[in-house]
Design a protein around this ligand. Structure first.
Ligand code: PAF
Length: 278
């Protein structure tokens, strides 16, 4: 496994790779959710490239960029074990040299929910993914369903900018109580960790309602908010029922529908989602 820090060095390696190539973009502090992406990429591609880059442009000024968990040595051990071929670990100055001026803005879907709560977040995500796609030139890129709105933004960018790669979306990997795996779970104290199970309970309760025949999105939203309120350490940022591609809120559930929530457990903000009608 090669560890590469410079864009030019990565590009120089490209001709030696067997095709197809799968890219797994990450911000590191890898858990089983990330590793499920790497495993899937391994089965579908002749070469697997993983990027580890805590992308500063997707963090707001009051967000957790400096405290975002990092453990490169452990990440590299995991990736070696999973059979990654190349790990790209650029410093921020390599990706965004001084005065960096060029951005990718995907309109519409980025102004809703996560986009409204975290202004500028999706511009940073779309920009860094576009750069990584150009640098690695993979045939496929792998993302987790846990960040469903991020997937919608990236899929739209790839479609609208006629990019030559497939986006592969992998189901959310969960802990035994249903909590979606996330690097930010590391922030949770032991009581908070127990409380965080409330996100999954809210989503499964919403899905249960729909399976019993409720098609009223307002009632489903209220159910999620009610379940979150049962947990004293939790405070709801949003609970919504949306169309999976556009993230526009639905009134009635007669087609594909996704329940999405963002909840603060103490100081830690967690997101999750679940398909309501399979
Ligand atoms: O999901 C993430 O870890 C990040 O948003 C991504 C896609 C690696 C871009 O920085």
């Amino acid at each position: 496994m090669e560890v590469v820090r410079k864009i030019d060095d990565l590009k120089a390696l490209r001709p030696s790779w067997p095709r197809p190539v799968g890219l797994v973009p990450t911000m590191g502090y890898l858990h089983d959710g990330h590793l499920s992406l790497v495993r899937r990429a391994r089965t579908e591609n002749a070469a697997v490239v993983v990027s580890i880059f805590v992308n500063p442009t997707q963090f707001g000024p009051s967000e957790d960029l400096s405290s975002y968990p990092r453990n490169l040595d452990r990440d590299l051990e995991f990736l070696e074990r999973e059979g990654a071929d190349v790990v790209f670990v650029p410093p921020a100055s390599e990706m965004y040299p001084g005065g960096y001026p060029t951005w990718v803005d995907v309109e519409g879907v980025t102004s809703l929910l996560e986009g409204a709560s975290r202004p500028g977040h999706f511009r940073g995500v779309a920009t860094v993914c576009n750069k990584l796609f150009n640098i690695v030139a993979a045939e496929r890129a792998y993302f987790g369903q846990k960040d469903a709105q991020q997937v919608a933004v990236i899929a739209k960018m790839v479609h609208d900018l006629n990019m030559n790669l497939d986006i592969v979306v992998i189901p959310t990997v969960r802990e035994t109580d249903g909590l979606a795996m996330s690097s930010r779970n590391a922030y949770l104290g032991s009581e908070e960790r127990v409380a965080a199970g409330v996100l999954y309970r809210a989503l499964t309760s919403a899905r249960g309602m729909c399976r019993e025949g409720c098609l009223d999105a307002a009632l489903v939203r209220k159910r999620m908010a009610d379940v979150i309120r049962t947990e004293s350490l939790a405070s709801l940022d949003y609970a919504a029922v949306v169309a999976p591609g556009s993230f526009e809120e639905l009134e009635s559930l007669d087609g594909q529908a996704l329940a999405v929530i963002a909840v603060r457990i103490g100081a830690t903000r967690l997101i999750d989602n679940m398909t309501l009608l399979d």
